[in-house]
Design a binder for this molecule. Structure first.
Ligand code: FES
Length: 173
C-alpha cells in the first residue's frame, strides 16, 4: 500500500508529460496547414498580367527612331491585396517599321531613363548610363541593353505583359 502511494506522484508526472506531448503534437499538426494557407501568398510568384498599351494603328504612326513614352498600369495581386502598379513603356519604331517595347528602367540599378533628342540617347541621371535609340549601351556602367516588355497583338491592340523578354532573373514587375 505504502509503495503504491509513493509511485503515484511519479505516475502523475509521467501522465502530465505524455498529455503535454500529445497536445503539442496536435497543436503543431493543426498549426502547420493553417500557417501555410495564411502565408502562402507571400511566397507565390507574381501573377502574369496583361494590360492594353495602345491601338497598333496609333503606334504605326510614330516617326521612326523617335521614342514615345507610354504609361501602363498593371493590376497585380500582392499578398492579400490587388495593387495598381504604374510603369512606362518606351515604344520605338525602327527603320524597317518593326516596333520595340523597351522598359524605361536603366539596366544598371533601375533608375528611370530620359530621352535627350539633341544627343539621340537615353540618359540615366543616376550614374551616367547611356543607351542608343535601339536600347544598346553606348556609355556608362549599365551591363546590358534595355529590357523589352513581353507583348502581343490582339484585335488591333498591343498588350504588354508584366515581364521582360530577356528575363534571366524573373525581372519585370
Ligand atoms: S542606374 Fe543607370 S547608370 Fe546606374
Amino acid at each position: 500500500m505504502a509503495k503504491s502511494s509513493e509511485e503515484s506522484p511519479a505516475r502523475r508526472t509521467f501522465m502530465m508529460v505524455v498529455i503535454g506531448l500529445i497536445s503539442t503534437v496536435i497543436g503543431i499538426a493543426l498549426a502547420v496547414p493553417i500557417l501555410g494557407e495564411v502565408l502562402s501568398p507571400l511566397f507565390k510568384k507574381r501573377d502574369i498580367v496583361w494590360t492594353k498599351l495602345s491601338a497598333v494603328s496609333d503606334l504605326e504612326k510614330i516617326s521612326p527612331l523617335t521614342p514615345k513614352f507610354i504609361p501602363v498600369y498593371f493590376k497585380v495581386k500582392e499578398g492579400w491585396s490587388i495593387n495598381t502598379l504604374p510603369r512606362q513603356v518606351i515604344v520605338v519604331k525602327d527603320i524597317t517599321g518593326d516596333l520595340h517595347f523597351f522598359s524605361n528602367q536603366c539596366t544598371h540599378l533601375g533608375c528611370p531613363l530620359h530621352w535627350i533628342p539633341a544627343r539621340q540617347k537615353f540618359m540615366c541621371p543616376c550614374h551616367g548610363g547611356m543607351f542608343n535609340v535601339l536600347g544598346e549601351v553606348v556609355g556608362g556602367p549599365p551591363p546590358r541593353p534595355l529590357y523589352e516588355w513581353i507583348h502581343k497583338i490582339d484585335k488591333g491592340s498591343v498588350f504588354i505583359q508584366n515581364k521582360f523578354l530577356d528575363n534571366p532573373k524573373e525581372r519585370g514587375i
